[in-house]
Design a protein. Structure first.
Length: 271
C-alpha cells in the first residue's frame, strides 16, 4: 500500500501538522462538517442507512456510524485500505467506487441520507450525480453536501468549477431539491501561512509557482480577484457552505367534484 500522508486532495488526521495554521484550520473545519451532518441526520431520522460518498481516510464515516449503518465509498484503493484499518466499525462497509460511475451508484440502493462533502467541485459534470442522489433518497431523506463558495480554481488544479451560494441553490433546485444553508465556514490565511505550508510540505500544496503564473495569464480575472481580496482583507479567504437538501415533494390539494346525484366527492391530486 502506498504510504498515506498529507495531500491537498484528502485530509488524513494522523498526518496533519497542527503547528501549521492551514492544516490545523482545515482539520477543524472538516470535522465540524461531519459532526453537523451527524446532528442533522439524527434530528431528522434518529438512525438510518447513510452513504458517505468520497469518504477519504474514513474519519467522517466513523463519526456518522454512531447513528446508523454506513456505506463509505471512495475511488482510491489505498485510502480505503487505510480507512478500514484506522477507522473500522461493524456498522461501516467500505466500497471502492466513483461518483461519476452510474452503474456503481445504481447498485448501492437507497438511503436515509447521502453525505458528500467537498465533492461536487471535483466532478466533470455534477448533473448525473445529483439526479442519482434524488432517486436514491428514501422519503424525507437528506442530501448533505459542502462546497467552497469562493474562487478556488487558481489555488488547486483538482477543482473543475467554482460555485457561489446562489449557483449551488440553483443547481440543487434544478434537480428537485428544497435546499437551505446549514452552516458557513470561513478561513483566512496570510502569505506567511501559505509560505510556511509550502516550505514544510516542500511545495506539495496547490499549484507550483510556474503553474500559478500560467493560470493567471490565461485567467486574469482570478488574478485581480486574488489581489484585491488580499488588499481588502489581508488574507487569502476560503469560504465554504454546507447545504442540506430534501427531495421536493409535490403538495397534495383537495379537488371537489360532484357525482350524478349532486353529492360532493373529494379526491387528492398533486399540485
Amino acid at each position: 500500500m502506498t504510504p498515506i500522508g498529507f495531500t491537498e486532495e484528502r485530509l488524513v488526521p494522523a498526518a496533519i501538522r497542527t503547528d501549521l495554521t492551514l492544516e490545523r484550520v482545515f482539520l477543524a473545519q472538516h470535522l465540524e462538517r461531519y459532526r453537523l451532518a451527524k446532528a442533522l441526520i439524527e434530528e431528522a431520522h434518529g438512525q438510518g442507512r447513510i452513504l458517505d460518498l468520497a469518504c477519504g481516510a474514513g474519519y467522517g464515516a466513523s463519526i456518522l456510524s454512531e447513528i446508523g449503518d454506513i456505506v463509505a465509498v471512495d475511488r482510491d484503493v489505498d485510502i480505503l485500505t487505510y480507512a478500514r484499518k484506522e477507522y473500522p466499525g461493524r456498522c461501516i462497509r467500505h466500497l471502492r467506487g466513483d461518483a461519476e460511475d452510474s452503474a456503481f451508484l445504481n447498485s448501492l440502493g437507497r438511503f436515509h441520507a447521502v453525505v458528500s462533502l467537498e465533492t461536487l467541485e471535483h466532478l466533470s459534470d455534477p448533473d448525473p450525480f445529483l439526479t442519482w442522489v434524488r432517486s436514491a433518497l428514501l422519503p424525507d431523506g437528506l442530501f448533505i453536501c459542502s462546497v467552497p463558495v469562493t474562487k478556488t480554481l487558481d489555488l488547486t488544479p483538482y477543482h473543475t468549477r467554482d460555485f457561489d451560494e446562489a449557483a449551488m441553490r440553483r443547481l440543487l433546485r434544478s434537480h428537485g431539491f428544497d435546499t437551505r444553508v446549514a452552516a458557513r465556514q470561513a478561513a483566512g490565511f496570510t502569505l506567511r501561512d501559505l509560505l510556511e505550508e509550502r516550505r514544510a510540505r516542500k511545495g506539495a500544496l496547490g499549484r507550483s509557482a510556474r503553474g500559478l503564473a500560467r493560470f493567471y495569464l490565461t485567467h486574469p480575472a482570478y488574478f485581480l480577484h486574488r489581489i484585491f481580496g488580499y488588499l481588502l482583507e489581508g488574507r487569502v479567504m476560503i469560504r465554504t457552505a454546507v447545504f442540506v437538501s430534501t427531495a421536493h415533494r409535490t403538495s397534495p390539494t383537495w379537488c371537489f367534484e360532484a357525482d350524478s346525484d349532486g353529492r360532493a366527492l373529494a379526491r387528492m391530486a398533486p399540485l
